[in-house]
Design a protein. Structure first.
Length: 242
């Protein structure tokens, strides 16, 4: 069964989320003159990311509200449980302003989408929400590239659950065997896609995270994606295309 469409992850696949998050947080801490409280910038980012992942997981599971999880992240990160909702919102808004100034698409993304446009349909499956990802894709000039935007929060099920991948395929009117999934996480993205019956492509931009799961194709740059899709080597040897 030939591949007819590509589903994409967004953060750290199309969009440099880690870079923007690091820059935005560093600028916010500098503006508040509290950077030294967290040790190094890397330590501050690691703490922020742990807090973010925990509170986002609760929200994605149906606990609390979108704005509420933001407020709780700020309170925990600042060690300020008595902070009012308005104060937490204001702090988060300042962080977002810094974060957005650092938004950028990886340089290999638009060339890859251009190279694939004539032969493949495109969609997005993300573990975030439409409230986050719809405006982001529009601001980055990418939204019109994708037929569908399927988000875990609205869907009610997240990657790596097979149901998330299958719902995205259904949204495109295609069978899993007709769809490739490209993402930066070897387990959540690649293994999940593989187990759901999609062609799984792990985008390992750093190139140093090991072999990845069996039956998954690893690339370190999107320039290798058109060749991989044309070959469609799901049932052959593991791909090492760069």
């Amino acid at each position: 069964m030939p591949i007819r469409a590509v589903l994409w992850d967004i953060d750290d696949t199309l969009f440099d989320y880690t870079g923007a998050d690091a820059a935005g947080l560093a600028r916010q801490l500098e503006a508040d003159r509290i950077a030294e409280r967290y040790g190094t910038a890397a330590q501050a980012l690691a703490l922020w990311r742990r807090i973010t992942e925990r509170h986002w997981a609760r929200y994605a599971a149906g606990e609390g509200t979108f704005q509420g999880q933001r407020q709780e992240r700020v309170r925990e990160f600042l060690g300020a449980p008595a902070m009012t909702d308005a104060e937490a919102d204001a702090w988060f808004d300042r962080y977002v302003a810094h974060y957005k100034t650092a938004w950028t698409v990886f340089p290999d993304v638009v060339p890859a989408l251009d190279a694939l446009a004539a032969d493949y349909r495109h969609g997005v499956l993300t573990n975030s929400s439409a409230a986050n990802q719809e405006p982001k894709l529009r601001d980055l000039g990418l939204r019109e590239r994708f037929e569908v935007l399927v988000c875990a929060v609205e869907l009610g099920i997240s990657k790596p659950e097979a149901g998330a991948f299958l719902a995205a395929c259904q949204a495109m009117g295609l069978e899993p065997g007709e769809v490739a999934y490209v993402g930066d996480q070897p387990e959540i993205d690649a293994r999940g896609a593989r187990d759901a019956g999609l062609l799984a492509v792990w985008l390992d931009r750093d190139g140093g995270r090991g072999e990845g799961p069996e039956g998954v194709h690893r690339i370190t740059c999107l320039a290798g994606l058109p060749q991989l899709l044309a070959a469609d080597t799901r049932f052959g040897a593991r791909s090492g295309i760069r």
